[in-house]
Write a new protein. Sequence first.
Lengths: 315, 254
Amino acid sequence: MNAQRLLALLVAIIISVPLLFPDGQSVSLVNAILIWSIFAIGFDLVFGVAGMLSFGHAAFFGVGAYTLSLLTMRMGWDFIPSLGAAGVVGGAVALLFSYFAIRVSGLFFALLTLALSQLIYIMAGTKLRMLTGGVDGIAGVPRPDLFGIDFYDDGNYYFFLLALFILALLISGLIRISPLGQALKAIKSNEVRAEQIGFNVQRLQRSVFTISGIYAGISGGLLASLIFYVGPQMLHWSTSGDIVIMVLLGGMGTLFGPILGVAIFEIMREWLSTQTSHWYGILGLVFIICTIGMPKGIAGLVTQLWDRITPGGKS
Amino acid sequence: MSGAEQAKHVLRCEDIEVSYGAFKAVTNVSYEFKPGLLYGLIGPNGAGKTTLMNALSGRAQLSNGRVFLNEQEITKQPPHARTWAGLGRSFQITQIFSEMTVFENLRLAAQAHHFRLQPFWRPVGKFREIANDAERVLQEIGLESFGHISAGSLSHGDQRALEIGLALLSEPQVLLLDEPLAGVGHDVAEKAVELIRRVSQGRTVLLIEHNMDVVMEISDEIIVMLAGEILASGEAETIKSDPRVRTAYLGEEE
């Protein structure tokens, strides 16, 4: 066994909890972890693989959530096509963002994506109030109606989310080892050289940003259906901040790290929020300590420890 | 003989000017590069040699002038499009993918050459043709025993060779080499000169180099720059005996 397999095992254990302990609380927690993991896996393609720090992913996440909610509730669409549309709209908004933001890089890219995303947040609460329900949001977002299975039962919905999670993980894993993923790693490693050997850097960055937007849109739609609600908070910049923290905590640029980051973040959010109303501040403090103590995140720490206890196992 | 070889010139620039504010780094540069020749570009520091190379490869914005490759205007094209059109280059400061292996570096260059749209539905290892190209160039640049090691841990001389290998994978008609011998020891420099000779077979090479002995020995034609302009050009013997060059560059009194 190598460190990669150990990380995969850890992920497998976390997502199998509902099979071993099918009580309501653990199932709803793992459901949330699965959804945020889809978001994090997609976000890491941009952040960890291509090296672009985006603070605008809340926009794609929130837009996906509103798309699914509006299509199912107002237009009478079925859940699955609506979920597909959530991904398409998330990807389309990401593509639109990329045309503005990819002109700059680094901190300017982060700030520009943040500004664009806040623009959508503000519009959702004001100009688009008729559509979005303003600050009240939209309640009563449905879950899928498939094969006569009651997906309003969290235990059943878990299997639906698990299937989508595995699909999202497989696609992301394939992208990472495909020529596209390798080209993105090259851009992250040395943009000048990547461009000089013939990679169209901006087109590649736009492509991965769009793919990542599809992931965010789908996960946003799924979260809305999990909690039966969509509100402007999903579009708020703090949602982008949360996903950055999750991925950094777990280990950016790794396949399984972001999932572990989501799990730790969600477990702590669940537990801390029952202890104190200042839970978000404490979470921030834990994050700061973790990033100083383990700059490569949980995945990096696990890999390091594994290499240390298995002499010769280091790759 | 191919059509490109029959052509009078493969690369041509017309009245090139590159300005940084009020400072003109390159001005009034026009030149025609013939197919299959090795051009040595010399001049004192700050003469505009690298800026000219940047202007040709699309890394410097022109304030005036035009660039043509095979009579197609490429003035407005970004660097990657010029690479596709047949212009490869290496840099003064080594530009490689340091944390990847030597083989991975070359495979990336091979895939950039093979695919305009990068496939995402198959692992990169399944594309045999790009691995074969990478292997071929790995041998060509003499790094076959270093394929699996991280590029950042190569010696400086080998990193310079790898850079040339990366440029070769785009099968360039014109290769721009910016001081490939800078900072390498005497023995390694000999190997590098041999490599430059080999890669210049059948293609146009523009070489910036401070080692005069090497430039005079291997260049078919030498271009001397001073203060952003071309001062003189011609064969080595002509350049050596040109009083303007001796004064301006070699530091001798007229």
